[in-house]
Design a protein around this ligand. Structure first.
Ligand code: TPP
Ligand code: MG
Length: 672
């Protein structure tokens, strides 16, 4: 098969192009009008470039939306969702007209911004500007890693492009700049962005806030850049052809456009950005392009017929790939089976079996435990990829002996994200959207820098693993700028994200076991690991699927006669244990509950919850080196840190803040 980069653009009758552009404009105007909200300007301004891409270049099969070797298309400017919904509908995805007519309505498949997993053909949730751009970089890296692993002489199984459309707002965002910088460094030749350069944002013309030379900036990042008339199908197609031939540089095609093109009074102004055009303007726009006012949502029969024919050609191309894959299966049965495992989104049994065990006794930081676990996973699982934002050693994700991803090492699965936390999160989302399993890593404090991406990993239900080290003031000398106080609790507030703060090496194994078991649709896992050593406890568990468990009961004490319960997480579990043992010596029977993961405990059944925290025992104290806000859910009394940290050795800070056995014992004894 000719490499996709060499395949010429498909021929297209200019009249058909024009008809499709007008149809998209009509659908966008009518959809927004009916919904009484939405963004008509972007779809109208980009209908030309999108039509050129979808009619002439994009390789996909709407009848098999999950075909592994399809080109990916990401609408980073997610507010222009009616563009994507129109394209999906017209080209034959399972998105009927009735759904376009329910744009932005409750339970429709056409939400305000495109949502992955909700609408067929949507490759990535977009809307927060810049995020789709960064995820696209992840998709392109994944394609390169998979190509390096699976393609063999005479058998090209993975060979597709990642295309996107981004807007002024996308390219103003830091996350896109970070991601573009890394994409340029990596030389991702199969990543191509069309930039809708309409020089309009919500507040007006970009001259009020965005006047740099974007092409020069991207050229400096190492991108191949072109500037074309975004309303010329020939110019856009030629630029796409040129871009596809740049095998060692990602491409930005700045398309000069007019927002709301076709709206006689509102085109070229921010008035067309984010509100219905209004009946009169829609009628005038339709009249100007020779379009009927009624019926609304008009699609010419001829366009439908043409697109059906094209759909058939797409299908044939996909079938040819299936045949190539069948030959591949004969030649490389093991690799073919592996490829299919990835498509199913499964983690192999071999990977689960590779998780190490830790014997009680030797003190070990949980980041070091993490390093050992991750090393084993990466060694046995060729689909596991990831890296850190310049903190590999510190985060416990430094993996010796594994090559780093680089333009000259496309098979490398260790990614050096550089100091780019937000893009790291977005790129990792893209890697997982492509079917790989992926982790990223930084200090917990900098999870704030990547929160937008973490939230999207949760919203998309992606089983990303976020490794966060240096997870409390115990990190010590770096001081309050680096000591997380509110981060752990604030991550717990994100739905679908499971936050695990393991007590020791054994619970860290449990954290990974859980993270690996999550699938697309379930959501991400954040694993919070320590800088400092912790005792590896004989009482802890390697299976934490219940979220919390009784770590220790005073020997001989009747469960119904307990004085109370200490509930702790992470590094405070061993502290709570020592305090409870001391209290026992003073005649108090205090249970210790380790609660590494709130979310899992909440999802466990009621009987288990009551067993761990019997409703009759309400003298409970939580201990966690972070804010206490929220702990009232589990314990009447709460011990934590409700102020910023301090720069000093960790032990000294702990003493200052009262995280010592004696202080905890004293606090317990002082409880009412
Ligand atoms: C991170 C983020 N900040 C703010 C917004 C709100 N917002 C939506 S579109 C937009 C800017 C619109 O300008 P542009 O991206 O050029 O799109 P156009 O108006 O040209 O369609 C803004 C600020 C957002 N979606 N995401
Ligand atoms: Mg704009």
């Amino acid at each position: 098969m000719t490499p996709r980069s060499q395949q010429p653009p498909r021929p297209c009758d200019p009249a058909l192009h024009t008809m499709m552009v007008r149809t998209i404009k009509g659908l966008a105007m009518d959809g927004v009008e009916l919904a009484k909200s939405g963004h008509p300007g972007m779809p109208m301004g980009t209908a030309d470039m999108a039509t050129a891409l979808w009619l002439r270049v994009l390789v996909h099969d709407p009848s098999q939306p999950k075909w592994p070797d399809r080109d990916r298309f990401v609408l980073s400017a997610g507010h222009g969702s009616m563009l994507l919904y129109s394209l999906l509908h017209l080209t034959g995805y399972d998105l009927p007209m009735s759904e376009l007519q329910r744009f932005r309505r409750l339970h429709s498949r056409t939400p305000g911004h495109p949502e992955f997993g909700h609408t067929v053909g949507v490759e990535c949730t977009t809307g927060p500007l810049g995020s789709g751009f960064s995820a696209s970089v992840g998709l392109a890296i994944a394609e390169r890693i998979l190509g390096a692993r699976f393609n063999k002489d005479g058998h090209t199984i993975v060979d597709h492009f990642t295309y996107g459309i981004c807007s002024d707002g996308d390219l103003m965002e830091g996350v896109a700049s970070e991601a573009a910088s890394l994409a340029g460094h990596l030389g991702l030749g199969k990543l191509i962005f069309l930039y809708d350069s309409n020089r309009i944002t919500i507040d007006g013309a970009t001259e009020i806030s965005f006047t740099e030379d974007v092409c020069a900036r991207f050229a400096a990042y190492g991108w191949h850049v072109q500037r074309v008339d975004g309303h010329s199908p020939e110019a856009v197609t030629a630029a796409l052809t040129d871009a596809r031939m740049q095998s060692d540089q990602p491409s930005l095609i700045e398309c000069i456009t007019t927002i709301g093109k076709g709206a006689p009074n509102k085109a070229g102004t921010s008035a067309s950005h984010g509100a219905p055009l209004g009946k009169a303007e829609v009628e005038a726009a339709k009249a100007a392009m020779g379009w009927p006012t009624e019926p609304t949502f008009f699609v010419p029969d001829q366009l439908r017929a043409e697109l059906r024919t094209q759909g058939e050609a797409h299908k044939q191309r996909r079938i040819a790939w299936e045949q190539a894959f069948a030959a591949y299966r004969t030649a490389y049965p093991e690799l073919a089976a592996e490829f299919e495992t990835i498509q199913r989104g499964e983690v192999s049994a071999a990977t689960m079996a590779a998780l190490p065990s830790f014997a009680p006794g030797t003190p070990l930081s949980t980041r070091k435990a993490n390093q050992k676990i991750l090393g084993e996973i990466m060694r046995v699982d060729p689909h596991f990829v990831g890296g850190s934002a310049d903190l590999a050693e510190s985060n416990g994700v430094h993996l010796t002996g594994l090559p780093s991803h680089h333009r000259s090492v496309p098979s490398g699965r260790v990614i050096h994200f550089g100091v780019r936390e937000h893009a790291m999160g977005g790129i990792t989302n893209g890697l997982v959207l492509h079917g790989l399993r992926a982790f990223d890593a930084t200090f917990l404090i900098f999870s704030d820098y990547m929160r937008g991406a973490i939230r999207l990993s949760a919203l998309m239900g992606l089983p990303v693993v976020h490794v966060f080290s240096h997870e409390s003031f115990w990190l010590g000398e770096d001081g309050p700028t680096h000591q997380p106080i509110e981060q752990c609790m604030s991550l717990r507030m994100i739905p679908q994200l499971d936050v695990i703060r393991p007590a020791d090496a054994r619970e860290t194994v449990g954290a990974w076991r859980h993270a690996l078991q999550r699938k697309i649709g379930d959501g991400p896992t954040a694993i919070l690991v320590t800088r400092q050593n912790l005792p590896t406890l004989a009482e802890s568990r390697e299976n934490i699927s219940c979220g919390a468990y009784v770590l220790w009961d005073p020997p001989g004490a009747d469960a119904n006669q307990l004085d109370g319960i200490l509930i702790a997480t992470g590094s405070e579990v061993s502290l709570a244990l020592a305090a409870a043992q001391k209290l026992r010596a003073e005649g108090r029977a205090v249970r210790v509950v380790s609660m590494p993961c709130w979310e899992l405990f909440e999802r466990s059944d009621r009987a288990w919850q009551d067993k761990v925290l019997p409703p009759g025992i309400d003298k409970r104290m939580s201990i966690e080196a972070g804010v206490t806000l929220g702990w009232q859910r589990w314990a009447k009394h709460n011990f934590g840190v409700d102020h910023f940290g301090a720069s000093a050795p960790g032990e000294d800070v702990a003493k200052e803040f009262g995280f010592t056995v004696d202080t905890v014992v004293g606090r317990w004894l002082a409880l009412p």
